[in-house]
Design a protein around this ligand. Structure first.
Ligand code: PEP
Length: 270
């Protein structure tokens, strides 16, 4: 569970130990799903996390309309986040929500640069970086999403595309406690197709190198989540990879039973 006193990490003040053992983050993304009746799923996750705390931080990112009620329902058992924010603090930006507003509603994190935002809303790396800075300004964990298309992977460009997205979307000065990367190959999102463990290891190792290059010591510690068709049936194998610092879960986060099974697949040693 997210510890409010410790940011996103489990209480652990020893940086060397932290580098070896980054506490995983299991993050859900409900996308544009969910109304009042679905708060029962939040209630069920909270009850289970209370009864059997998983060896991971737990977060569910929700449509903004549900955040305040979900925060009350979750009762501090796990964290609630937003799915997007504006880069601005306030002003004449009709329909937008600032990171500060999400924080005010009780959110602890926000996803920025999800591929659906990049694809359907024209969000460039520069826009994503501005949103990540806004999350930092508001004290929210920024989950910065990157990932290649199928065509880019087939063309042998997956690594270079992700390196470019990191260089453009991860602002200088981001910290391990305030940032996570969501590696989500676009061809794996909602498709049931998964990269092989070797492909995940190769990409996460590459992302780690890129982060260390741009953020130094902080880049060695921040969590790199895998996202794309994660389900209870494959979560254990993904979370067992030492390069993987957690998962970002779309469809399988909508039902408490499915999401809890993924939380329960976190290796106990993690
Ligand atoms: C997502 O969109 O962030 C995602 C990972 O979706 P899914 O798990 O449904 O593939």
């Amino acid at each position: 569970m997210l510890d409010p006193a410790q940011g996103i990490h489990a209480p652990n003040s020893d940086p060397a130990a932290l580098a070896e053992h980054i506490r995983p983050l299991i993050a859900g993304n409900w996308k544009m799903h969910g109304m009042a009746p679905q708060l029962s799923e939040i209630e069920a996750v909270a009850a289970s996390v209370k009864a059997t705390p998983p060896p991971a931080d737990v977060l569910i990112c929700l449509p903004a309309t549900l955040i305040t009620r979900a925060v009350q329902t979750a009762a501090g058992r796990f964290a609630i986040g937003g799915e997007n924010c504006s880069a601005q603090i306030s002003g004449s930006f009709t329909g937008d929500l600032s990171a500060e507003m999400l924080k005010d509603a009780g959110a602890r994190a926000v996803i920025v640069g999800h591929s659906e935002r990049r694809q359907y809303h024209g969000e460039t790396d520069a826009i994503v970086a501005a949103k990540a800075k806004a999350a930092r300004r508001a004290g929210l964990l920024a989950i910065i999403c990157i990932g290649e298309t199928n065509a880019q992977r087939l063309a042998g460009k997956a690594l270079s595309v992700c390196a470019e997205q990191i260089a453009g979307s991860v602002p200088d000065g981001m910290t391990a406690s305030g940032t996570a990367i969501g590696y989500e190959p676009l061809w794996a999102i909602g498709s049931g197709h998964m990269p092989t463990p070797e492909q995940i290891i190769e990409m996460h190792t590459h992302i780690r190198q890129c982060l260390t290059h741009c953020l130094g010591a902080e880049g060695k510690k921040l969590r790199i989540l895998y996202g794309g068709s994660v389900k209870s049936s494959n979560a254990r194998a993904i979370l067992a990879l030492p390069e993987v610092g957690g998962v970002l879960v779309g469809g399988a986060s909508l039902k408490a039973a499915d999401f809890l099974a993924i939380c329960g697949a976190t290796p106990v040693s993690a």
